[in-house]
Design a protein around this ligand. Structure first.
Ligand SMILES: Nc1nc2c(c(=O)[nH]1)N[C@H]1C(S)=C(S)[C@@H](COP(=O)(O)O)O[C@H]1N2
Ligand SMILES: [Mo]
Length: 315
């Protein structure tokens, strides 16, 4: 679990100041208060959330957006009501469900509320929540207070914060963040493919102490217990994690997930010998996806799940 103060946060515009007492969620013609939502049967789920831009700093050239290295991921306990219980039966003609935040701003000259959509089947899944609490406390302003969507298994952009409006659409949603913002494209302006589920990834807690500018780790020689986390998207489990020391891969020990949408712990021991070394970790998921050794570049700097490499000086 990631404490709230250590969980990454990504907001495209300003954090809106919403009062939970006067707050209303608008669904078509319907308005619902927070108290009404909280009176419904609620559930709590442990979910790993990763920004689609996590790893963007590993791309060259890099899109001038959030330059994440590896910090854009965290795991929290989200409490709320299942979206499908709030929506009830969705008419046959409905194709997509769009979610809008209270935040508003510009991107590439286009003014809009942050908005994203899901196909009806994706939106009606049991695990999709309208959440008002994170790690047992009311949502913090930066995490979407007083109510947000949580879409487990998808990259973070799907989990719309400061959720104030839901629309049932008979056609595809054409909002900026859907058709322009979150796409994998090789050239600016081309439609590319939509960014959807998270991809298989592993990270290690770097051993020893860091050197401030280079990030190189300083470690004392001897046996070192390495540990990290691994996860994938769409509720697919991680099947295997490997550790490489100076390019030689071997299996790490992998724990089962605490819950279907939460990351898994892995461990490996390393007999650190004096000198300069490179550590790397690589996960494979149950659907057969494997982390690539090199980043697969795209314009927006999305979905970089290349293996993490850590440079270590052993003294
Ligand atoms: N309304 C709104 N929802 C949003 C965003 C936003 O800017 N506005 N950012 C999205 C992105 S890109 C991510 S990665 C997650 C981040 O959620 P967090 O800040 O709670 O970690 O929220 C998503 N939901
Ligand atoms: Mo994100």
């Amino acid at each position: 679990m990631t404490p709230v103060g250590l969980h990454y946060t990504l907001s495209h515009f300003d954090v809106p100041d919403l009062d939970e007492n006067s707050y209303r969620l608008t669904i078509g013609q319907r308005e619902i208060s927070l108290a009404e939502l909280k009176a419904m049967p609620s559930k709590t789920q442990r979910v790993t959330l990763e920004c689609a831009g996590n790893g963007r700093a590993g791309f060259a050239p890099r899109y001038p957006s959030m330059p994440w290295t590896h910090g854009g991921v965290g795991t929290a306990q989200w409490t709320g009501v299942a979206l499908k219980d709030v929506l009830g039966k969705v008419p046959e003609a409905i194709k997509e469900i769009a979610f809008f935040g209270a935040d508003r701003g510009f991107d590439s000259g286009v003014e809009h509320h942050f908005g994203r959509s899901l196909g009806v089947a994706d939106a009606m899944r049991d695990e999709v929540l309208l959440a008002w609490a994170m790690n047992g406390r009311p949502l913090a302003p930066q995490h979407g207070a007083p109510l947000r969507l949580v879409v487990p298994g998808w990259f973070g952009m799907a989990s719309v914060k400061w959720l104030t409006r839901i629309e049932l659409l008979e056609q595809s949603f054409d909002g900026y963040q859907q058709v322009v913002g979150y796409r994998y494209t090789k050239r600016r302006g081309e439609p590319g493919t939509p960014v959807r589920h998270a991809k298989v990834k592993s990270l290690m807690a770097p051993p020893g102490m860091p050197d401030w500018y280079t990030g190189r780790r300083l470690v004392s020689q001897g046996s070192i217990e390495l540990e990290g986390r691994a996860w994938s998207g769409a509720g697919v489990a991680v099947a295997r994690v490997e550790l490489a020391v100076d390019g030689k891969w071997r299996a790490a020990e992998l724990e089962a997930p605490a819950e279907r949408f939460a990351w898994q712990r892995w461990r490996a021991s390393w007999d650190a010998l004096r000198g300069e070394h490179e550590l790397a970790c690589r996960a494979s998921d149950a659907a057969g996806a494997v982390q690539p050794l090199e980043p697969d570049w795209n314009v927006g700097g999305m979905g970089n799940n290349a293996v993490q490499r850590v440079q270590v000086s052993v003294r």
